[in-house]
Design a protein around this ligand. Structure first.
Ligand code: XMP
Length: 514
């Protein structure tokens, strides 16, 4: 089928990105666009199916988010979720009202009965748990629809019109708490929309390379490479598409972990591109000496980064395109789902160089989620260490050294961190934490080493588990592992006589130390 894609119209719900991810997990391409997308654009997108998301509004409130009514006449299947379901119902002649008493509102896990004759519930058990979150409900359903699910508080928990292929569910199939949510989405995609699930990274790679070649022609492209996953995958994809027309500037600020700068360089050594590694460690260190306030450090690093980037890119003369590793969550969050070019305010580097001349921005990853970016990186044969890399702050080790940064402290931290990482890998525990690292505290304390007394530094180890990095829990690492790491660090890293394990969650602490 040509139009193997789903359009997700966004009504502002908190799970909207999750809907897109679930659809893509089924190997179906989809995009999240604003709910008021003009009909002409909807037609141009040529979706095989449309999903209306949830949202915080009431359909009967003045100014409530709406769709172009022409969408109902396209002959395309529609699945409405929560607010989307109520909208579908209200616009087609049903009635949606506010629940008057608490018993008709539903929040959380809810026992729900499905009519398994309906194509949307086919193959699912007749009863299971769904995730509800609504204060309004469908008091009367529109003509042509049948009630196909019920819960205690909500006699019209789902509706369906098989002839028009319109379905609405009051609950959220995209969240994991809905037991058979993914099966329901699959029914919509495969049974109702007739999709096949052919979207793979291999196809994305081929089509992106083709599209990039067409767009860039013989133009020159500049990319600032940080060594992070997004910019690295972006570089690999562009290098495949336009080869030496691409110049990557990799500013090595001297605040990377042990071996990291070389690993980034090695990953691109065999590829067709102009790779410029700028060794700016001396400059950064000089600027950072005697600076101890975290925010000052970040600002200085950001500014210096831009300066170095400007100087280097200035040598290239003019370029046609500036490439960025913007990814889909950035696009959706900045409200750019409509396709407007979004300039990522790169919190790593403090903004774009103002006087780098270019015509346009290219963002080849702007439609991918993080895990898809990693999958594309694997497809492009980037080394696993780079593709599966943990998040690493732009200001690097500078925010893991409490107080002023010096060459000596960087040496200590690099060695200690490498030992920690090595032992985590050896114990097969890499997947047990979202992020783990060593930090250098500003504590010096007394110890005994051999016959002598020492007065050395304390290294802190940190390992956290988190979904979104907004909150994080510290990881209960095995004592034996912590013991091995501690013994090794104190023995192998001169200048350290104490190792601490950080048992604070976020909040109240942050993941990084500064
Ligand atoms: P915090 O310390 O704020 O960290 O709890 C949350 C996540 O963000 C990462 N982080 C940064 N990433 N530039 C980045 O690109 C930064 O300046 C920065 N500061 C923190 C941190 O590693 C963690 O994953």
């Amino acid at each position: 089928m040509e139009n193997e894609r789903i359009l997700i119209l966004d009504f502002g719900g908190q799970y909207n990105q999750l809907i897109a991810r679930r659809v893509r997990e089924c190997h179906v391409y989809c995009e999240v666009r604003p709910h008021d997308l003009p009909l002409a654009d909807i037609r141009a997108f040529a979706p095989a199916g449309i999903i209306f998301t949830g949202g915080p509004h009431s359909v009967y409130a003045p100014g409530a988010p709406d769709v172009d009514p022409g969408v109902f006449a396209l002959g395309v299947p529609i699945l409405g979720i929560c607010y989307g379901c109520q909208l579908l119902s209200a616009r087609l002649g049903g009635e949606v009202v506010a629940a008057q008493d608490a018993s008709a509102r539903e929040y959380g896990k809810t026992d729900t009965q499905f009519d398994t004759e309906s194509p949307i519930f086919q193959g699912l058990p007749a009863q299971s748990i769904t995730w509800m979150s609504h204060g309004d409900y469908m008091a009367r359903i529109p003509e042509g629809f049948a009630v196909i699910a019920r819960s205690k508080a909500c006699p019209n928990a789902a509706i369906g019109d098989d002839s028009r292929r319109f379905y609405g569910v009051q609950f959220h199939p995209e969240v994991k708490h809905t037991q058979y949510g993914l099966d329901l989405l699959k029914n919509f995609l495969f049974r109702i929309c007739g999709l096949k699930g052919t979207w793979t990274m291999e196809r994305f790679r081929e089509s992106s390379v083709r599209a990039l070649r067409e767009r860039i022609g013989d133009g020159k492209v500049l990319l600032g490479l940080s060594g992070g996953v997004d910019s690295s995958v972006c570089a690999a994809l562009l290098s495949e598409a336009v080869g030496r027309q691409l110049t990557c500037i990799f500013v090595d600020h001297g605040l990377l972990r042990k071996g990291e700068g070389d690993a980034v360089e090695a990953a691109f050594a065999e590829r067709a591109l102009n790779f410029v590694r700028v060794d700016a460690a001396g400059r950064f260190l000089k600027k950072l000496s005697r600076i101890s306030r975290p925010e000052d450090k970040r600002k200085i690093i950001g500014r210096e980064f831009v300066r170095v980037f400007e100087e280097e890119s200035g040598r290239l003369g003019s370029v046609d395109y500036l490439a960025q590793g913007t990814i889909y969550p950035d696009v959706i969050e900045s409200g750019g789902g409509s396709g407007a070019a979004v300039i990522k305010s790169h919190h790593n580097v403090g903004g774009l160089p103002a006087d780098v001349q270019f015509r346009e921005i290219v963002e080849p990853l702007r439609l991918l989620f993080k895990d898809e970016v990693r999958a594309l990186g694997r497809e492009l044969e980037l080394p696993p260490a780079l593709v599966d890399r943990q998040p690493f702050p732009g200001p690097g080790l500078a925010v893991r050294i409490v107080g002023p940064v010096t060459k000596e402290k960087l040496r200590i931290l690099r060695e200690a961190d490498a030992i920690f990482r090595e032992e985590m890998a050896r114990a097969g525990l890499e997947g047990h934490a979202s992020q783990y690292f060593a930090a250098l505290t500003n504590l010096r304390s007394v110890g005994v080493m051999g016959d002598g007394r020492s007065y050395d530094r304390a290294v802190a180890l940190r390992a956290v588990q988190t979904e979104d990095f907004m909150t994080a829990d510290w990881v209960r690492l095995p004592w034996e592992l912590l013991d091995r790491v501690s013994v090794r660090i104190v023995n192998e890293v001169p200048g350290v006589n104490r190792v601490l394990y950080d048992v604070t969650s976020k909040p109240p602490a942050t993941v990084e130390y500064e």
